[in-house]
Design a protein around this ligand. Structure first.
Ligand code: NAD
Length: 348
């Protein structure tokens, strides 16, 4: 094995795409997917690579230092790509402490496990996956660059900002080799249907209301999840150690415009009268402290490493809507909790 890479959060939305890409692209790497399988973790996301010789799943909580140590020893981990996190802003508003526990304490546990196991830190990489939300809200125009000061506004973004700071502190204090990336909103297959795009697709199918915060004026920059996974692959191999890279598609949309676009697509796909799905749009009380606009300046990764998204929003949304319609079982499974049974059946 050339490398033995620990990918945390690999049963989740983005993590599952990263694990698949690495397992398929690098047969000479061992990929260890470490995930404690919260409501957001679902091994069905990876059923196509189960049984591959270079893939292992390990059900471990990043808050459990003893088990982490065991995993590093058992699989002789050479590098880490850290995605495990509590990821939903609304949940962070009702339960901030669980975000501190996993995103901050869990990240420090993982950093410690790596630091203790690796004898020569200069030979190993700790890649930390983060979000553009750490930069706060762009209410007066402009873009987030890698040097934009941190100004997190929600318990979720505060916990991710803290984890980013710890990763940089381990680079500075102990000489850990790190790469960080801060990415805009992702969309695509396997996203838990509490997030805007899969929620809309699911609710339109079921004829349920489409809740839109405030007037739907909040702007987000959207990237197809496989393009994010490709960027992580590139940065893992070619990113300059100690550096941060912003990842985004220069693709800003108001929430309400996205919801209308999905309504149009769903009307076409389901053979409904144009405008039928849009009748489900229901404006609800705005999220507390809702950031107005996020927009990533991805010039550094574009120019230094030649990364560009392969999907346009048109093609990405088309793939996404089709995937959810063709994978009704997956959607039913995650909304009914059946995926827990899947795990028990497969892994005891
Ligand atoms: P997700 O919620 O879909 O998946 C998170 C995964 O982490 C799940 O499989 C879950 O079981 C696992 N996990 C949670 N707590 C754990 C713990 N204590 N120990 C082990 N595993 C645990 O999240 P996602 O949307 O795939 O996001 C992945 C990462 O990317 C996160 O770090 C997130 O902050 C970051 N990110 C997400 C987006 C986005 O738009 N979704 C954008 C930029 C960055």
């Amino acid at each position: 094995m050339k490398k033995s890479i620990l990918i945390t959060g690999g049963a989740g939305f983005i993590g599952s795409h990263v694990v698949r890409l690495f397992v398929n692209q690098y047969p000479d790497y061992r990929i260890v997917n470490l995930d404690c399988l919260t409501y957001a973790g679902n091994l069905e996301n990876l059923s196509d690579i189960e049984g591959k010789a270079n893939y292992v799943f390990s059900k471990v909580d990043i808050n459990d230092s003893n088990q982490l140590e065991q995993v590093f020893n058992d699989f002789q981990i050479t590098d880490v790509i850290h995605l495990a996190a509590e990821s939903h802003v609304d949940r962070s508003i009702t339960d901030p402490l669980s975000f501190v526990k996993t995103n901050v304490v869990g990240t420090v546990n993982l950093l410690n496990a790596a630091k203790n196991y690796w004898k020569d830190l200069s030979e190993h990489l700790f890649y930390h996956v983060s979000t553009d939300e750490v930069y706060g809200s762009l209410d007066n125009g402009g873009y987030f660059t890698e040097s934009t000061p941190y100004d997190p506004q929600s318990p979720y973004s505060a916990s991710k900002a803290a984890s980013d700071h710890f990763v940089r502190a381990y680079a500075n204090t102990y000489g850990m080799q790190t790469v960080l990336s801060n990415c805009s909103n992702n969309y695509g297959p396997n996203q838990f249907p509490e997030k805007l795009i899969p929620l809309c697709i699911h609710n339109i199918k079921e004829g349920k209301p489409l809740p839109v915060y405030g007037k739907g004026e909040n702007v987000r920059d959207w990237l197809y999840v496989e393009d994010h996974a490709r960027a992580i692959d590139l940065l893992f191999h070619k990113g300059e150690k100690g550096n941060t890279y912003n990842i985004g598609g220069f693709n800003e949309w108001k929430n309400i415009d996205i919801v209308r676009l999905i309504c149009e697509r769903m009307d076409q796909k389901l053979g409904r009268t144009p405008g039928e799905s849009a009748k489900l749009i229901t404006f609800v009380k705005d999220r507390a402290g809702h950031d107005l606009r996020y927009a990533i300046d991805a010039t550094k990764i574009n120019e230094e490493l030649g990364w560009k998204p392969l999907q346009t929003f048109e093609t990405g949304i088309e793939k996404t809507v089709s995937w959810y319609l063709e994978n009704e079982d997956w959607l039913q499974g995650v909304t009914s909790g059946d995926y827990l049974k899947y795990y028990q059946d497969h892994y005891g």
